[in-house]
Design a protein around this ligand. Structure first.
Ligand code: NAD
Length: 327
């Protein structure tokens, strides 16, 4: 099938692209490279530098590609950025997504697979693991903007027959996650521990998240091309892991011996959450296959290889060490 992946140069989007290509699909990417990177782009995919806030640019991509399916992964994906600048978050995540849906409607796209969020949309859970029937009550503009698009997906389906499947991710981790990014505690801790820096735990460290490996998320995106029409699915392991426990697991893997340091808690964050993926198992035939211990090992290996390669090549990524928050 012809699939257009928005955000296909990003962390999750690039794994989705790789999985679709491995399964034999014909893939194009639209990404403006704000957080995505050219190095992530699979050489078998056609790349378009396009901003989803620009309907003209999107129209040209859709005209050239005529995709049957759009996998919409592009977003402003940071809770912190959304807290600092809610309108900017909404411009990308709501208005940008609407331009994507409009382009789909105008160009006869059959289906959209939308990357939603479980943790940030649900708010502080009333029960754990959280299933799809749990009420939604976002604590951050990011959670609200990502959730708003779920409604647009279903009304485009009802009014204009554009099929959609919403995949609500838990906390995704794995190779290619930006260790200097706004989010992604595993990548950030790993890079700091490997680079001789000091990871700072925000707050008590007792906050729990459901960590799901990026390869498993890519697999769900592949399954959703042909299954789960009109549905919304939580993708998680059902297991919460505290930041303190993560720190200890990574320290043991890397051989990092310094004691844990704590900083202030971040606003807008849920305290404890884990997602039930029972519906995804039933309808999509999906379940997470990579355990946290195995996924952490793969992530450490890949970051270690990347940092060795860049130090051999004398590559420094300027201005990257100080500007971000730790998780
Ligand atoms: P990412 O920042 O690595 O990927 C986002 C991609 O979108 C990047 O390649 C970026 O360049 C691109 N992009 C951003 N703004 C754009 C614009 N205006 N026009 C075109 N492209 C644009 O983040 P990620 O973690 O890979 O997130 C991918 C998707 O998964 C997002 O929709 C995010 O909300 C969702 N998600 C991620 C997680 C997680 O744990 N990482 C959890 C829940 C949901």
């Amino acid at each position: 099938m012809k699939v257009l992946v928005t955000g296909g140069a990003g962390f999750i989007g690039s794994h989705v692209v790789d999985r679709l290509i491995a399964a034999g699909h014909d893939v194009a990417i639209a990404d403006n490279l704000t957080t995505g990177r050219r190095e992530n782009v699979n050489p078998a995919a056609r790349f378009y530098a396009a901003d989803i806030r620009d309907p003209g640019a999107l129209g040209r991509v859709f005209e050239a590609e005529r995709p049957e399916i759009v996998s919409h992964q592009a977003a402003q994906a940071s809770v912190n950025v959304s807290m600092a600048d809610p309108p900017r978050d909404a411009e990308i995540n709501v208005i940008g997504s609407l331009h994507v849906l409009e382009a789909c409607r105008q160009h006869g796209v059959r289906k959209v697979v939308y990357a939603g969020t479980g943790g940030a949309a649900v708010g502080e859970p009333k029960y754990i693991p959280v299933d799809e029937d749990h009420p939604v009550d976002p604590l951050s503009p990011y959670g609200a903007s990502k959730h708003a698009v779920e409604h647009y997906c279903s009304l485009y389906r009802a009014n204009w027959g554009l099929d959609s499947t919403v995949l609500r991710y838990a906390n995704v981790y794995g190779p290619r996650q930006d260790p200097y990014g706004e989010a992604g505690v595993i990548a950030i801790f790993t890079a700091r521990m490997l680079g001789g820096g000091e990871p700072i735990v925000n707050g008590s460290g007792e906050q729990e998240r459901d960590y799901v490996y990026v390869g498993d998320v890519a697999e769900a995106n592949l399954l959703a091309l042909e299954r789960g029409g009109g549905g919304m699915y939580h993708l998680g392991t059902g297991i919460g892991t505290s930041v303190n426990a993560l720190f200890e697991k990574l320290a043991a893997l890397i051989g990092y011996a310094r004691p844990r340091k704590h900083g202030p808690a971040l606003p807008g964050e849920v305290f404890k959450i884990a997602l039930s993926a029972e519906r995804a198992r039933r309808d999509l035939g999906w379940r997470p296959r990579v355990s946290l211990d195995e996924g952490l090992r793969l992530t450490v290996e890949s970051l270690r290889a990347a940092s060795q390669a860049s130090s051999t090549a004398g590559v420094v990524r300027p201005g990257r060490s100080t500007r971000r928050s730790p998780n």
